[in-house]
Design a protein around this ligand. Structure first.
Ligand SMILES: [Zn+2]
Length: 345
């Protein structure tokens, strides 16, 4: 199955930012995929038309998959935490759908600075505390132009959406476009920061925010809720999706794998894992992500030994990962690995 046309919409159209500058990942399968009314999946609490696919993971946890990084909402005793706010244009509808699906939000958290996880922050920061790792703060503050560019191009691409989806977001897009000049750094940056091992309560639920050092970025947070046996990995896990390597943002495949080994220590075979991108999964996906980097590092090292250039390698599509999702990321992944290995020589 060719995903290219949809990917192009995700990448150049709706997503709208150049890949090189974006640091954004949107899965093609969910691009503009309206959730049908009246036929919710088993256990899902979908009653009306929604833009996002809301999955009930537990009586106290829901995930909204796609349209940027995966969002997790956790609720207990009248308190509700939302983790990751997707693309800038989706902030308002994400908040509306989260509050109608789960309940009034009381706190927001970003797993790292990338704009497909923090772009919607503007819809929350006026009245809610927003948490992120200490090192995310300056990076979020430094990407206001990226958020604005994302809004402009998404509005320009509205015609590519199906009428039903357009109806859901048209007002939000217009209002956000109209107030672009009024959007400032303060609308996106965290109001509270943390470092490794921070403990957080949502109602009676205790959770821990781990930072295991540089991996996908230099400010990754892993959210662990032991009593729900639930983990949000942020972008330390791209499940069946090419992992986006942002070296400028602090990515290192050595650190990434070390962080994943720490995440595995938090899990058993029943742990529900919400990855940064891809479908909800289990511990086996963490091992697969480590194996992906092990194999790709070996593969790229061999190409370097054989005299191949970075751009030669970027064009390759090595098995067994040649069918992973979001193929526009693959050359970025391979270039990132090439540069990291070349640097070590
Ligand atoms: Zn990311």
């Amino acid at each position: 199955m060719s995903l290219r046309p949809t990917i192009e919409i995700s990448r150049r159209g709706f997503l709208g930012l150049s890949v090189a500058s974006a640091g954004l990942v949107m899965l093609p399968r969910r691009a503009w995929a309206l959730q049908p009314a009246g036929k919710p999946a088993a256990g899902a609490q979908v009653a009306a038309k929604k833009l996002f696919e809301w999955k009930s993971l537990h009586a106290k946890a829901w995930a909204a998959i796609g349209q940027g990084g995966n969002t997790l909402v956790i609720s207990d005793a009248g308190k509700t935490l939302l983790i990751d706010t997707k693309m800038p244009v989706f902030g308002d509808i994400l908040r509306r759908e989260a509050e109608s699906t789960v309940g009034t939000l009381t706190m927001v958290l970003n797993t790292h600075h990338h704009a497909d996880h923090t772009g919607g922050n503007h819809a929350f920061t006026k009245d809610l505390p927003l948490l992120a790792h200490k090192k995310a703060e300056s990076r979020i503050a430094g990407q206001i132009d990226r958020y604005i560019a994302g809004i402009k191009s998404a509005v320009g691409d509205m015609t590519k959406a199906q009428p039903a989806e357009r109806e859901l977001v048209a007002d939000d897009f217009k209002k956000l476009h109209d107030r672009m000049a009024d959007l400032h750094v303060k609308d996106f940056v965290p109001t509270q920061t943390f470092e490794d091992g921070h403990e957080l309560s949502v109602g009676g639920l205790k959770m821990k925010l781990h930072h295991f050092g540089p991996g996908h970025t230099d400010n990754d947070a892993v959210v662990h809720v032991p009593s729900l046996n639930l983990v949000h990995t942020g972008d330390l896990l791209f499940h069946k999706v090419y992992p986006y390597i942002d070296r400028e943002g602090g990515a290192t495949t050595v650190g990434w794998r070390a962080s994943l080994r720490k995440v595995i220590e938090l899990c058993d075979d029943k742990t529900i894992i919400v990855p940064g991108h891809g479908e909800v999964c289990t511990k086996a996906a963490l091992t697969e992500q480590i194996e992906y980097f092990d194999r790709m590092c070996d593969f790229v090292a061999k190409q370097i030994k054989d005299g191949k250039s970075r751009e030669d390698v970027a064009k390759m599509n090595p098995e067994p990962y040649d069918k992973y999702n979001t193929e526009w990321i693959r050359p970025i992944t391979l270039r990132g690995i090439f540069e990291e290995l070349a640097e070590k020589k």
